[in-house]
Design a protein around this ligand. Structure first.
Ligand code: SAH
Length: 352
């Protein structure tokens, strides 16, 4: 990162709440409280390594000071609901300070623990096949509310989180400042490598280019879903304001500026965007790109009557792309039975 982006990344935290703050910011805060600097290091350890939920529980702090600061919020959410799918994917509903609920998903495998984080409460993009968009948009999440999702899953699984995907609720590029601040914290404070972080976007005009300037090491995934503009607009109404050739041009620039490979996501909807002609058009669209296509078979939601294509159709589509030398893999979402799969997450307000 250049020094400009460093500055922009580090100047966004307002404390308290303390979560999301860097070691330097926490140290400055304890000094403002009249404490020696080394208490900042302790606070940092207890918040990020031990996942403490209340300052009153930091037993290395002098009792008197602890009592004084007991009510200062760290900024942790409370668990509202938890459900486990047969494939061991765990979905959490987390209640924020203002009573709003967000969803987060933990996806374990033998050598990974991936967290699918939300970046907004709800989503303004209103994609026709996605449950999150059907409920409208409530607000952006603060950086600490993103970090909290990861700490919560780490605590519940009693295992370190290795990978993050910004594929929960919301459009990360509409909340870029907070998302980048969260990436900083996940990387530096929780020790999650930037290369193990993926940010998924449906594409917001000018933002992909803007993001490229940060020269970050994370993976950018772009939700394409259609190989031409008319079909894309039908599926993603907001795409009207951002023609496909422009989106692709920005993606090419992103690859050029960052030297990072880019992932395209393509949801497969039976009879809508999975015909052989669509595969041919898609191959043409991304030709000569340092990219990879993730094909996501549609996960059903109650508000839309799309169908998932048969396995045979999905494989035929993949084969057509590969025949044209396009790197493509099928990504079956996990957590389907717990309504925790891609596109099935929703926001709502807690009853109490
Ligand atoms: N707003 C971001 C991230 C959210 S969703 C984005 O659009 O990329 C992460 C992925 O799940 C996106 O590719 C999204 O299009 C996809 N998705 C949404 N609804 C889905 C559904 N019902 N079935 C399968 N994938 C879905």
């Amino acid at each position: 990162m250049g020094s400009d982006s460093q500055n922009q990344l580090s100047s966004v935290t307002r404390i308290p709440p303390l979560l999301g703050a860097s070691k330097a910011e926490l140290t400055a805060w304890v000094q403002e409280q009249g404490q020696p600097a080394y208490r900042g290091e302790q606070l940092y350890q207890w918040i990020y390594q031990k996942g403490v939920r209340s300052l009153a529980d930091i037993t290395v702090f002098p009792k008197q000071w602890r009592e004084k600061i007991a009510d200062i919020p760290i900024g942790r959410s409370t668990l509202y609901y938890r459900s486990v799918a047969p494939d061991e994917t765990v979905k959490y509903l987390l209640k924020l300070e203002d009573g709003l609920i967000i969803e987060t998903v933990g996806i374990p495998s033998e050598n990974r623990l991936t967290v699918c984080v939300s970046s907004q409460v709800g989503c303004p993009m209103a994609c026709d096949f996605c449950a999150t968009g059907k409920g409208g948009f409530k607000r952006n999440l603060a950086a600490r509310e993103i970090v909290d999702q990861v700490l919560t899953i780490q605590e519940d699984f009693k295992r370190r989180v290795s990978n993050i995907v910004f594929m929960g609720m919301g459009e990360p590029l509409l909340n870029l400042k907070n998302v980048l601040a969260a990436v900083r914290s996940l990387n530096q404070d929780l020790g999650i490598g930037q290369r193990n972080i993926t940010i998924s976007t449906v594409g917001i005009r000018e933002r992909i280019r803007q993001l490229a300037e940060y020269k970050m090491q994370f993976t950018l995934a772009v939700s394409l879903h259609a190989p031409n503009q008319p079909l894309r607009e039908k599926l993603i109404p907001t795409a009207r304001a951002y023609p496909l050739p422009e989106l692709i041009a920005e993606c090419r620039e992103y690859v050029k500026i960052t030297s990072r490979r880019l992932t395209f996501e393509y949801i497969l909807l039976a009879g809508v965007n999975d015909l052989p002609s669509h595969a041919a058009e898609l191959a043409q669209l991304v030709r000569g790109f340092q990219s990879h296509i993730n094909l996501i078979p549609y996960n059903p939601i109650s508000e839309a009557d799309y169908q998932r294509p048969s396995r045979q159709r999905i494989e035929a589509f993949t084969k057509l792309l590969r025949q044209k030398n396009i790197a493509a893999t099928i990504r079956y979402s996990r957590g389907l039975e717990a309504n925790a799969a891609c596109g099935q997450l929703r926001a709502f307000q807690a009853a109490n």
